[in-house]
Design a protein around this ligand. Structure first.
Ligand SMILES: NC(=O)c1ccc[n+]([C@@H]2O[C@H](COP(=O)([O-])OP(=O)(O)OC[C@H]3O[C@@H](n4cnc5c(N)ncnc54)[C@H](O)[C@@H]3O)[C@@H](O)[C@H]2O)c1
Length: 338
């Protein structure tokens, strides 16, 4: 039976990935880890919270990570703990430390656990790793659509950590045989947990404002077009990649995965068509985040992901807007009424 550790478990992706993995593998087989207990859980370390096992740890602390992996007999790590693009620019030293050293600890432990376990009984107990890269690995020299074998040209410390992370993953695979797999996620849109300081956070904020019948001031220009994806597609891509046979995989840096490519104005229009009273969206671009967005490609070429492990997105912009508005309006109504 699989025993899984998800770092960054309280985040936008982690909170939904933990739930999806627990549905597949059983609650006790999926351990969350983050700097804090999950929202709503009592403080403390190693607590089996109401929702399932969770470790309070910092991924920069290798010993704490090792303890969690050994105590829970972990054979798969989804390593999501990270600072994102906008928060990384506010704290570049911390972004380097968390993103790069955290990943190196996970890869070293995956390698060490595999070697130690393998020596004991000769069986293959190597620890598998999922680690997400990002479209932030691209930059002005990359071009649109960004190819799989792209010129990586990051303009942020976050992007620098993604590029170095991609090559670190490939190195550990080639040199030590660690089964590490990755995706270059586009900007993710979801209604469950709030986004954590990225340049595409505007999309979630815009959906929330439209559902709550509020106006919204967008921090990007209306014509800014970026690769985006709805969370159910991102979760499916993650799980499908990890389910794929190792011999089918041709990319050990990270796979491009495309889904949507919309401008801020196109999202606002889709939301206005679904909000009963219309939707008032204004634009006051924030120079720093606009500059980051302008450095990224508008679309990606994801043919290798389609060929190697059958990647196929399911949500277009209309389906995303319908689902987001439906969930956010229901949540807003129950908050107002309760
Ligand atoms: N959300 C997106 O649009 C997006 C796009 C591309 C790539 N990604 C990547 O996916 C991964 C998860 O992103 P997310 O959107 O869920 O991020 P998030 O900011 O919502 O969550 C990150 C989590 O990591 C935790 N964390 C931060 N520092 C830590 C540390 N030192 N030790 C332990 N935990 C720590 C935070 O508390 C937080 O809960 C990241 O690697 C990110 O770069 C996300």
């Amino acid at each position: 039976m699989q025993r899984v550790l998800v770092t960054g478990a309280n985040g936008q992706i982690g909170s939904e990935l933990v739930a999806a993995l627990r549905e597949r593998a059983g609650v006790e087989h999926v351990v969350g880890a983050d700097l804090r207990p999950p929202p709503g859980a009592p403080a403390g370390n190693g607590s089996a919270t109401a929702s399932g096992p969770h470790e309070v740890l910092d991924v920069r602390d290798r010993a704490a990570l090792e303890r969690a992996m050994r105590e829970h007999h972990v054979d798969t790590v989804f390593h999501l703990a990270s600072l994102l693009s906008a928060s990384g620019e506010e704290a570049p030293d911390r972004a380097w430390d968390v993103n790069t050293n955290g990943l190196k600890h996970v890869l070293d432990l995956a390698r060490a656990c595999g070697e130690n376990e393998g020596r004991r009984d000769g069986a293959d107990h190597s620890v598998r790793v999922f680690w997400p890269s990002s479209i932030a690995a691209f930059g002005p020299a990359t071009g649109t659509p960004a190819p799989q074998q792209a010129v990586l040209d990051p303009q942020t410390m976050y992007g620098v950590t993604k590029v170095s992370g991609e090559f670190l993953c490939r190195y550990y695979h080639q040199k030590y045989g660690v089964d590490v797999r990755g995706l270059r996620y586009p900007g993710l849109v979801s209604h469950a947990a709030p986004p954590g300081g990225g340049t595409t956070d505007y999309a979630v904020e815009m959906c929330r404002a439209a559902a709550e019948e509020r106006s919204y001031t967008c921090f990007l220009e209306p014509a800014t077009r970026l690769p985006m994806m709805y969370m159910p597609d991102a979760l499916r891509a993650t799980l499908d990649l990890m389910d794929a046979p190792a011999e089918a995989l041709t990319a050990r840096t990270s796979y491009n995965v495309g889904a949507l490519s919309f401008t801020a104005a196109e999202l606002a229009e889709a939301l206005a068509a679904r909000a009963p009273g219309g939707f008032d969206c204004r634009y006051e671009p924030d120079p720093e985040r606009q500059q980051i967005a302008d450095s990224w490609p508008a679309t990606v070429d994801d043919q290798p992901a389609r060929d190697d492990w059958g990647w196929q997105p399911q949500y277009d912009l209309g389906a995303l807007a319908d689902d987001m508005i439906g969930h956010l309006q229901a949540g807003f109504k129950s908050k107002v009424e309760g």
